[in-house]
Design a protein around this ligand. Structure first.
Ligand code: SD4
Length: 331
């Protein structure tokens, strides 16, 4: 366990200290230049996902990867498991609605060649990640939102379904009694699935999907479908994904930042730490929110870090699928 004190001394090499007091940017170019990413090591398939529910997603992805399937197919199939889980109140069907009772989903996907697709505030479709993939593959665009995204989904053969389950309806009706909005760290409000996969050819893909903040304003879009914020993949370097309060992640373009830090020689772990430092620097009430990042580089090294204790992630590599407790800034 890393206490804040130890953390400041050992892990972020001053960058978080700088974030709290001053110069995060300067710390990027200072210490912690780890072995630069190299592609010489043999490639083994790998899947990494945010939160412990990522275990199920990893299982589905690894079935595809083990059979020689592509990172892109694997990452889509992986997050679809969570989208279809009605019990999960922060992703796909069963996701918490906005304050008007509408379930609006955000998702994106990124392929090894840099192409990407995204949908924002999409209603009635259980698998927004698959619609995002169609946006990527079948349109000249990257992002479709709201009614346009729905119209496109229907034209592609996706079926309209009610996403508001009895349970989430009840919870929403309960919430309406006070209509108080206060993000709760690590609980429901900030649990998205972000996932990165590496296939046998060493190709990297990523996906991110969420119902976003519970009881958000109609039309609110978080970081998850924003390429570079909730997700970023660069096939030469690695990939990263974010979870937590999207408003804070977007300010730092968090996932892109993690990948760029890895490109410049940081380990995935150090890159996640630095990205959290950047988020903290740009969000004065950071103690009240949670943000976490996961990352993997081309060599298959992984990392995860968050503002608060309680963030975990799932890594499937070398035949083993396991939950890792992320290290964190604040006890
Ligand atoms: C968002 N990052 O919409 C996502 C939320 C998340 O609960 O992680 N979900 O801000």
């Amino acid at each position: 366990m890393v206490t804040r004190r130890k953390f400041l001394h050992q892990t972020a090499l001053g960058s978080v200290a700088a974030a709290m007091g001053g110069t995060v940017l300067s710390s990027c170019s200072e210490a912690n230049t780890e072995t630069p990413v190299s592609t010489n090591a043999p490639i083994k398939p790998l899947a990494i996902s945010t939160w412990d529910f990522g275990m199920k997603a990893n299982d589905a992805a690894m079935k595809i990867l083990d059979n020689g399937g592509s990172a892109l197919d694997a990452v889509e199939a992986g997050v679809m498991v969570i989208e279809a889980d009605e019990k999960n109140t922060s992703v796909g069907i069963g996701g918490a609605p906005d304050r008007d009772g509408r379930v609006t989903l955000d998702a994106c996907i990124m392929a090894p060649d840099g192409s990407c697709g995204s949908v924002c505030a999409l209603e009635y479709i259980v698998h927004p990640v698959s619609v995002a993939r169609r946006v990527m593959e079948k349109t000249p665009h990257v992002i479709l939102v709201g009614d346009g995204a729905l119209e496109f989904a229907l034209s592609q053969g996706f079926k309209k379904e009610n996403l508001l389950t009895e349970e989430s309806k009840k919870a929403w009706e309960e919430w309406k009694k006070t209509s108080k909005y206060k993000p709760v760290i690590n609980v429901e409000m900030h649990d998205t699935i972000g996932m990165i996969t590496i296939d046998k050819n060493g190709e990297i893909a990523g996906a991110c999907t969420t119902s976003g903040l519970a009881y958000k304003m109609q039309g609110r879009v978080g970081d998850s479908p924003i390429i570079g914020a909730g997700l970023y993949v660069d096939n030469e370097v690695g990939g990263a994904a974010a979870t937590g309060l999207g408003e804070a992640v977007i300010r730092a373009v968090g996932s892109f930042l993690v990948v760029e830090l890895m490109r410049n020689g940081r380990s995935p772990q150090a890159a996640c730490e630095e990205a959290v430092a950047r988020v903290v620097k740009k969000y004065k009430d950071y103690k009240d929110i949670q943000v976490g990042f996961i990352a993997v580089n081309k060599k298959g090294q992984t990392g995860g870090f968050s503002i608060h204790k309680g963030f975990n992630y799932a890594v499937f590599s070398n035949g083993k699928n396991e939950v890792k407790e992320g290290t964190y800034l604040i006890e």
